[in-house]
Ligand binder design. Structure first.
Ligand SMILES: [Zn+2]
Length: 404
């Protein structure tokens, strides 16, 4: 395909501007659903391009539609925009100027890469056999910004539902710089929350028979959940259940009236997720009942598993191999247990989500500080490749038409 070198040559010309944008974003990171400075930079970077631009109502998203010169379907490209509540410790010249806030997950590169893809595709608008939706998304870090954008009509932005969606995520560690890693099927976990309060009856620590002690029962419930993980789930469709907080009581001689714990629950398929939702609540309620306690147990769905469509993941890997060379495209042997709210898009649209190694030169990806670390550093020399890959995926997928 002749479009690959041509696209990449244009991307190399854009690279200095994309690096400047990325570093400006890096200096002024924002957390959450409301990212006014970031949104203003995105709007400024898209200014003058032939796009239909809309902003979100409940969040500072930007949705931009590029209408191709030829008829065809719609493809969606996504970049998330938000930072994390971390005090940056990289010592980089363009480190965060905002105390306690840092682009520690590389979403500043995602914004710049998506701007790059928009520029590359806008330059080739007449060639495009359909339309492209650019999804600039706040609130990836735990706030389900993607779901809010869907509720606000993301998939109707171009007037027709997209036939495919693609997203890249940079990594500060794990993969060598410039390497793309993905897999068909589940690529990241569902991340849900189990919140439990066991209610008994408080009393004097010397006379437990006069009280209803929730402490032994809560210990039993935590262990029963671990047994549930190994006995009730397929080893090849696993779940992870980690109790991260556990609280009861105020003094060593007082039996508390209640005990509380909270767990993160990871699963990799809709089936395992449904099962762990039912089973975990039954285990907790059953242990409580066995001891005569009341259980307030709530399983909260947070992010679904991020599942790559098999055909789209195969197509994206093929394009990446052609673009970058086969040695720079890896098939992950298993999913990651982290979570990602692109999963809400992937639930609705056949999607492919990939990692892009951005480990800085001189660091070993096996030991470099990883995403979310205060020392995480991302090499923005990968921006041209990332923008080219996204643009090429859109160009080629549109060429295949709606029924590919
Ligand atoms: Zn991230």
């Amino acid at each position: 395909m002749p479009s690959i070198p041509a696209l990449h040559e244009s991307a190399v010309l854009l690279q200095p501007g994309l690096v400047a944008l990325r570093r400006a974003l890096h200096e002024e990171p924002e957390v959450g659903l409301d990212l006014p400075l970031t949104q203003a930079r995105v709007l400024a970077a898209l200014e003058g391009l032939p796009l239909e631009v809309a902003v979100g109502e409940k969040l500072s998203s930007v949705t931009a539609v590029l209408r191709g010169g030829r008829p065809g379907p719609v493809v969606l490209l996504r970049g998330d925009m938000d930072a994390l509540p971390v005090q940056e410790a990289t010592g980089l010249p363009y480190a965060s100027r905002f105390p306690g806030v840092m682009h520690a997950c590389g979403h500043d590169l995602h914004v710049a890469g998506l701007v790059g893809a928009a520029r590359l595709l806008a330059e080739r608008r007449e060639q495009l056999a359909g339309d492209v939706v650019f999804m600039f998304q706040p609130g990836e870090e735990g706030l389900a910004g993607a779901r809010v954008m869907l509720e606000e009509g993301l998939l109707e932005a171009a007037g027709r539902t997209p036939v495919a969606a693609y997203a890249l995520h940079v990594t500060a560690a794990t993969y060598p710089r410039g390497t793309v890693a993905g897999r068909p099927g589940p690529i990241m976990a569902a991340a849900d929350t189990l919140t439990v309060t066991l209610r008994g009856r408080g009393g004097h620590g010397s006379s437990p028979h006069t009280a209803l002690d929730p402490v032994p029962a809560v210990c039993e419930a935590v262990l029963a959940l671990q047994t549930m993980v190994t006995r009730r789930f397929d080893a090849f469709d696993p779940v992870v259940l980690t109790v991260g907080t556990l609280h009861a009581g105020t003094a060593n001689n007082i039996i508390p009236g209640d005990a509380f714990f909270e767990a993160t629950v990871r699963s990799f398929s809709p089936e395992a997720r449904d099962r762990v939702r039912t089973e975990s609540l039954r285990v907790v309620r059953g242990v409580a009942a066995a001891h005569g306690l009341e259980a307030d147990a709530v399983f909260t769905d947070v992010y679904p598993p991020n599942v790559n469509n098999v055909a789209e993941a195969g197509f994206a890997a093929e394009v990446a191999r052609e673009l970058l060379g086969p040695e720079r495209v890896l098939t992950m042997p298993q999913p990651e247990a982290g979570a990602e709210d692109f999963s809400f898009v992937a639930e609705r649209i056949p999607s492919a989500y990939f990692f892009l190694g951005a480990c800085p030169p001189g660091l070993d990806p096996a030991s470099a500080p990883d995403n979310h670390s205060a020392q995480a550093a991302f090499d923005d020399s990968v921006l041209a490749d990332g923008a080219t890959l996204l643009a090429e995926l859109a160009l080629r997928r549109l060429e295949q038409g709606a029924d590919a």
